[in-house]
Structures are given as C-alpha cells and as structure tokens.
Design a binder for this molecule. Structure first.
Ligand code: PMP
Length: 371
C-alpha cells in the first residue's frame, strides 16, 4: 500500500462511520483511479467482470480466514445497514404466529424489536430481559433472563454501541433455539464462538469501512429454509445463491471491506485486536475509575465494552465543555449518543493506541483544570 506526504488527520472517536486506517484509505485512493493495473477504477469495474470476480472471492476468503469462520457458514455482503437486517431476519426466520426472543439491552436492540414487530405482525416478539428498567446499564446476568422454549431464534446485540455494555459470553437461549447476533460494533474485535451462533451480522461502517452495507455470516442450513416466500432481495438464501450480486452490489463497499480484512490479518488478526482493544479500554477506564467520581461510567463494571466507552461528567455543562475542548485538541466525535448523553469514545480496531493515549492525557488534564 502506497503513501504520499502525511495528510492532516485528527483522532476520530466517532461511533460510525468511524476511523479507517490510513493504509487502507491510501490504497482506496489509488484504486479509485486504477485498480490493480487494469487502467479502470474500482467504481468503474463491472460487477460481472474478471477483476471483480477476483476481488469478491478474495474478500470472502480473507473474511473467512480472519474470522476463522467455519465452512458451514455463508459470507454475504448485503446492501443496506444493520437496520435492514432488523427486518430481513424476522421476514426470513419468523413464521406467522411463532415467537422470537429479543432481550432489550439498548437503543439498537429496541429498534430491532420494533422492526421485527412491524415485519411479522402476527408473530410474538418476546422480551425476556428489559434493560430499559435499569437505564440500560447492563446486559442480563445469569438468571436475569427467561428465554422462551421453542422460540424461532434469540436475537441479541453483543456489544451495545450507545451505552457501552457488552455480553462477555453469548446469552443462553432455550435448548435448540438458534442465536442471532448483531455484532455491528465489535465484529472481529474479539474471537466469535461460531458453534453457538446461527447468524451474525454487522453494519460495515465501524470495523469494515463503508456505511450502508452489512456483512452477514449465516449457517447455510438456516438461510436455505426461509419461513415464507419473499422477493429475492429480501432472501438471504438468494444472496448466497447469487454470490452477493443478485443485482449490482455495493462494489466499492465490498472492496473496502476486503482491504479491511486484509489489513486486520496483516496486523495480527482478531486475537491481536482483542489484546489492543483491551489495552486501549484499560487506559480510559483506568482514568474513569481513578477520578474519584468525576468521570462516571454508564455501564456496570462487569459488562463494560472495551470498544465503546461511555461516561458522564458531574454536570451536562461540563460534558459540553469537555466535548468542545476535546474537539479543539483534535479529539473528535466524543459526544454521547442522543439517547444516553454524556461522552462516548468509540475505539474500533482502526483506532491506534496513541489515539487512546491522547484521549487519556486530555482527560487527566481536564480533571486537573475542572475537578
Ligand atoms: N446495531 C448496532 C449495534 C449499531 O451500533 C448500529 C449503528 N450504530 C446499528 C445496529 C444500525 O446500523 P445502520 O445505521 O447501519 O442501520
């Protein structure tokens, strides 16, 4: 991957779209003009041509290698974000009159519940854990959730982007009930136990590059048995059958995801990112915990997310002051989500340790001046 003079870049803690490694951006800039010496740029290549065939196959192979994804799973690149999957999942897998379990651990799982109810009005969307009652400060602990026996599936969000909570282990569904996971904000940030999952999906704009595309990793046996007839664009099985190109696919987004997979492999893979993410998180949580209550984490300690660190200052005025001064210090994107308020530092795989150090040093300085 080539580099020219270093461009002006600041630390971007945005929750998504979010920071992309400079090596990948630089490669994309080249590929816009001339992809692999073909004299044609990525935006101009036919999605049925030999160059795109190769690029798509490589993206799939790198994804499988990076995630150690077993052969029984299809890897699909589907246009539309994670919100599109909120509807497609029940349309494909939730029969009329059936029940699916949706623990509510935050804004995104709550939205998934609303979309599932709209997608299949005759079905029951059971909520075996209602996190809203607790201000979404934790995910269900052992014994706190009663899954529904015989449910079509249990849908959960493994890392809650807004409040900054995380399932350290997948939740326990009732026996034989498949697990469906929204891993948008942590895909490839730590190893995934595929044996426990039937379908895992992620919007691309956090760990994989370009918004408005999702990566869907699903057991072939599940997507080949949709519960109803649907138009092809809504059927995961059709996306698999036509190799993620039923129609003209988001070729640029798929290419970017391919470069991201390759970059993550070059950097040492998922376990290395887990180590790096834990180290960045330890730095910031260390300051929160050592601040004598000045910084207050939103998540309970036991289920803190290492990826999205959400916290508050003593007053909303101080929150705003922190965000404004941080932006002037070239630390961007730190405002909390409108549903949680406060501060949120999103540190995906592409955020280097130096970014976390810059934030840590700003936090120490801020408390000295305002604590
Ligand atoms: N799920 C999670 C966990 C998310 O963080 C987000 C986006 N922040 C979404 C779903 C929605 O993704 P999209 O905007 O791509 O539909």
């Amino acid at each position: 991957m080539s580099t020219t003079q270093s461009p002006h870049r600041i630390w971007n803690f945005s929750a998504g779209p979010s920071t992309i490694p400079l090596a990948v951006l630089t490669q994309l800039r080249e590929d816009l003009i001339d992809l692999d010496g073909t004299g044609v740029g990525i935006l101009e290549h036919s999605h049925r041509g030999a160059t795109y065939d190769r690029l798509l196959a490589e993206a799939g192979r790198s994804c499988r290698a990076l995630g150690e994804i077993p052969e029984e799973f299809e890897i699909l690149f589907v246009s539309g974000g994670a919100t599109n999957q909120f509807s497609l999942i029940p349309l494909n897998f939730l029969a009329d009159g059936a029940t699916a379990d949706y623990p509510d651990t935050e804004v995104w799982s709550a939205k998934a519940i609303i979309e599932a109810r709209d997608a299949v009005p005759s079905a029951t969307i059971a909520v075996p854990f209602a996190g809203k009652e607790f201000g979404y400060d934790h995910v269900p602990e052992a014994g706190e959730m009663t899954p529904t026996p015989g449910a079509a599936y249990l849908h959960y969000c493994s890392n809650n982007t807004v409040h900054g909570t995380r399932f350290h282990n997948p939740p326990k569904a009732a026996p034989g009930v498949p697990l469906v996971c929204d891993a948008s904000s942590e895909i490839f940030g730590r190893p995934m136990d595929w044996s426990k999952h039937a379908l895992v999906y992620a919007a691309a704009q956090k760990h994989l590059g370009v918004a408005a595309m999702s990566l869907v990793i699903a057991r072939r046996e599940m997507i080949n048995k949709p519960v109803r007839h649907l138009p092809s664009m809504f059927l995961y099985g059709a996306h698999a059958k036509y190799e993620s190109r039923i129609n003209t696919p988001p070729t640029f987004a798929i290419h970017t995801a391919g470069l991201m997979f390759r970059w993550m492999i070059q950097q040492g893979g998922v376990r290395e990112f887990e180590r790096r993410n834990d180290a960045k998180a330890a730095l910031i949580y260390g300051i929160i915990d050592g601040s004598g209550g000045f910084y207050r984490g939103i998540s309970r300690l036991a289920c803190r997310s290492p990826i999205n660190v959400s916290f508050r200052l003593p007053t909303e005025v101080l929150d705003q002051k922190f965000i404004g001064e941080a932006a002037r210090a070239e630390l961007d994107g730190l405002a909390g989500h409108r549903d949680a308020g406060g501060i949120r530092a999103s540190m995906y795989n592409a955020m280097p340790h130096e970014g976390a150090e810059a934030l840590a040093s700003f936090m120490r300085d801020f408390i000295r001046r305002n604590g």
